[in-house]
Design a protein around this ligand. Structure first.
Ligand SMILES: [Zn+2]
Length: 344
């Protein structure tokens, strides 16, 4: 079968790889119907040293169950399923606590011999715990929104959820990428009435307004901090959802959070030290967030997507075939596309 291989920065290829096969009785084989490119896929796309062998890539996909191991129950051949970006047994103590990203028997896609999602098919370990059946057909118009359940929407939701956003909290979202826009949608769903979105791509912040943002701040740096303060009587907002991952973004987060408030970060941090200095300490600011256990939120978010209450799939603004996956990466890296669907 064919799958996406990254050979280094800017070097994405589609190559023939061995067909996946069941190895463990807990495995399933899934034929990929739609996959997508994640903002975090762009980090190796920008920085990976050249590699002759290359590595599989991709961790967001939905598809059709083609084969099931003997220990997998609750799923059937022909089921349309979505896979969260971490596979997990969904039964261990961490999974029971809703932290499937720390599963004792789980792991990441495209690592250690596990298939990546940007290919024609995937061997899914711990299939019963990992895969969630979607009660629609393969051609449903809902597919892009359902695809967001693998990562981007639950990641935005995790950001708002761990920050304890509610109808009494004002919120700032930092970042107008697909995760930031998902965080806006999540904050709205959790009842926030004032949602300030920081971002400087107008087409993206326009979608943010449709998702529930009440104010947009296009300025950068110190100016953006001042604007949030102006909008909030000088205090900042109760909650800040940091959806970028750069040091400048987390610094801005601490600068615009209200005393006693919470900063949640879900942007994969591209910095080693969190700038929580004495001043932040004196203001009793809490830092939360982290990698999102997408599996923990899918059952809760799925009904709202199925009945059309929310349309997180609107973050996709381009679809490419697997053959053109390299162009999908280029378009996202050049900020020509917000988020790209890949159809094998
Ligand atoms: Zn587990």
């Amino acid at each position: 079968m064919r799958a996406t291989i990254i050979h280094g920065a800017g070097d994405i290829r589609v190559e023939n790889v061995p067909d996946p096969q069941l190895r463990e009785p807990t495995d399933a084989l899934v034929r990929v119907v739609q996959a997508c490119i994640c903002g975090s896929d762009l980090w190796p796309y920008r920085s990976m040293p050249p590699s002759e062998a290359g590595e599989r890539i991709g961790h967001e996909f939905l598809g059709i169950v083609e084969e099931l191991g003997s220990d997998v129950s609750g799923l059937h051949r022909g089921d349309l399923v979505v896979a969260p970006f971490v596979w997990s047994d969904n039964t261990c103590d961490f999974c029971s606590e809703g932290l499937q990203t720390s599963c004792r028997h789980g792991g990441l896609w495209a690592r250690d011999g596990i298939d990546g999602g940007q290919g024609e098919a995937v061997r899914v370990p711990q299939a019963q715990g990992t895969l969630v059946k979607l009660p629609v057909t393969e051609d449903a118009a809902l597919l892009p929104s359902l695809l967001t359940l693998s990562d981007v929407f639950p990641t935005g939701y995790h950001c708002a959820h761990t920050a304890k956003v509610n109808p009494r909290t004002t919120v700032t979202v930092i970042g107008d990428g697909a995760v930031g826009l998902s965080a806006v949608l999540a904050a709205k769903r959790l009842g926030a009435e004032r949602i300030i979105l920081m971002g400087h791509h107008k087409d993206r912040t326009d979608l943010g307004i449709e998702f529930g943002a009440t104010d947009v701040i296009a300025e950068r740096g110190e100016e953006s901090v001042e604007k949030v303060r102006n909008l909030t009587g000088g205090d900042g907002t109760h909650r800040v959802l940091e959806c970028v991952g750069l040091k400048e973004a987390i610094e801005t987060a601490f600068a615009v959070v209200r005393d006693g408030g919470t900063v949640s970060r879900v942007g994969a941090p591209q910095y080693d030290e969190v700038p929580m200095d004495f001043g932040v300490f004196m203001r009793n600011v809490t830092l939360t967030g982290g990698v999102a256990p997408a599996r923990a939120y899918i059952d809760e978010l799925l009904p709202d997507i199925l009945d059309g209450t929310i349309q997180p799939g609107r973050v996709f603004d381009r679809t490419v075939s697997l053959d053109d996956v390299a162009d999908g990466y280029r378009a996202m890296a050049d900020r020509e596309a917000l988020k790209v669907v890949v159809r094998p």
